[in-house]
Design a protein around this ligand. Structure first.
Ligand code: 5CA
Ligand code: ZN
Length: 410
């Protein structure tokens, strides 16, 4: 699939320390250690409704990872999927009377426009579930050869007991796993399954449901195997970061690691499993099913600047859950105005120490609140006391653009 147009990113001199990120599997903040090429997979949308600020916050978080690696001189290979066939799309199609393909096409297009407006660097490979069906089939055939697949009334399941390391990504307890699996589209109670947590790999065709003819029969892919097929095709094993929202740690990323490691016999699937906290509104996780949503395209229609949206997100550390509020957005708009006024000055404080401090904060598990405080102080000093450095304000503005995606100069 087409992704979206890339923003122009200024090159700034120097670079910061290695990027350290919290990894769910090792349960510690560890350095990412990419080679010349840094490889990242971030789970994409299920396009049955418009992009809300929760989704956007997750993609903005991983955009900062990519920006930081670029700043360190890595060539970033970024892959993202679109779950363009799954139950929510079919349910929405029944509710609205629209064709599921038309819903997926329309919402994916809106997502592209939202991401482009926010200045998110596009993935090199933006891949739909439907177009990845041949790869999914190959993966399931490989898992079958390894004895990890069984059938229940024509549907194919992955046997979680085939993976000795199952559970080592999320470290969830059995009770937590069972609860989350049921909440996230799993079917722990289905008779005929060997283990309640075994996930579906291939769903045989049902009446009235779309299905594809493949060597596995007439049907459609399960969810986790979709991301594994796409990640292995375009990144291979042991890529640097598997990203997504916290809701994906279990079952999705646990199952993905399990599928890939059993399939290839290699370890690890990803070197870091990184998760953004969930964004809520009025005390609840922002979710399509609850309907408590702030849509990115609505903010665009209200002429809220993308830089202010980015600052409203960056004011929170990515790992914690947080609430989207009008006050938070107003504070971000004010902060953007303050920084922009400082950036327009003809001279200001030296830029190097400020840029170094911002890089150091970001390298420390993306400590954006600290980076923002550093820049608040810089703007205050520049506006109150000026400075002797003619290029200072412009250099800081370019670093803020490159590292945070926030534009201060028009
Ligand atoms: N298509 C699958 C991933 S393969 C999916 O989870 N789609 S989604 O549309 O439900 O979510 C897209 C991305 O946004 C995922 O990374 C998800 O973890 C993240 N996300 C969903 N809701 C929120 C929220 N309230 N706050 C933060 N991130 C969220
Ligand atoms: Zn995924």
């Amino acid at each position: 699939m087409e992704a979206w147009r890339a923003p122009v990113i200024p090159q700034i001199p120097g670079h910061g320390p290695e990027l350290r990120l919290y990894d769910a599997a090792s349960r510690e903040v560890r350095a990412t250690t990419p080679g010349r090429i840094a490889r990242m997979y971030v789970c994409g949308i299920t396009p049955y409704d418009a992009t809300h600020m929760g989704h956007a916050a997750t993609y903005l978080t991983f955009d900062l990872v990519g920006r930081y690696w670029r700043d360190r001189g890595h060539d970033v290979h970024y892959v993202q999927n679109v779950t363009d066939i799954d139950d929510p799309l079919l349910e929405r199609a029944v509710q609205t009377g629209d064709d599921w393909r038309e819903i997926a096409r329309r919402e994916t297009q809106l997502f592209r426009e939202d991401m482009e407006a926010l200045g998110v660097i596009p993935p090199q490979h933006y891949i739909g579930a439907v177009e990845s069906i041949p790869s999914v089939v190959t993966c399931i055939q490989g898992l079958t050869e390894r004895g990890a697949v069984y059938e229940v009334e024509g549907d194919l399941y992955f046997d979680v007991t085939s993976d000795d390391l199952f559970g080592e990504v999320s470290h969830a307890t059995q009770d937590q796993m069972l609860a989350l699996f049921g909440e996230c589209g799993g079917d722990p109670m289905r008779p005929g399954k060997r283990h309640p947590l075994d996930p579906l790999l291939w769903r045989a065709a049902r009446p009235e449901e779309p299905a594809w003819d493949t060597p596995l029969g007439h049907g459609r892919p399960g969810w986790h195997i979709e991301c594994v097929a796409i990640a292995l095709d375009h990144l291979g094993m042991s890529f640097d970061v598997q990203g997504g929202g916290r809701d994906l740690l279990f079952p999705h990323h646990e199952m993905g690691a399990s599928h890939a490691e059993v399939l290839t016999g290699a370890w690890p699937y990803a070197r870091h499993y990184v998760h953004a906290g969930l964004v809520g509104l009025d005390g609840h996780k922002m979710s399509k099913s609850l309907g408590n949503l702030v849509f990115v395209h609505r903010l665009r229609e209200q002429d809220v600047s993308p830089s202010a949206v980015r600052l409203a997100v960056a004011a929170h550390h990515y790992r914690g859950d947080w609430e989207w509020t009008e006050d938070g957005l107003d504070a971000a708009i004010a902060r953007h105005g303050h920084w922009s006024r400082a950036a327009q000055l003809s001279a200001g404080p030296a830029s190097e120490p400020v840029i170094e401090a911002v890089r150091t904060a970001l390298a420390d598990d993306l400590d954006t609140p600290r980076a923002l405080t550093i820049l608040d102080r810089w703007a205050e000093e520049a506006l109150e006391r000026g400075g002797a450095h003619g290029d200072g304000p412009r250099q800081v503005a370019e670093a803020v653009d490159a590292l945070l995606g926030v534009r201060l100069l028009t």
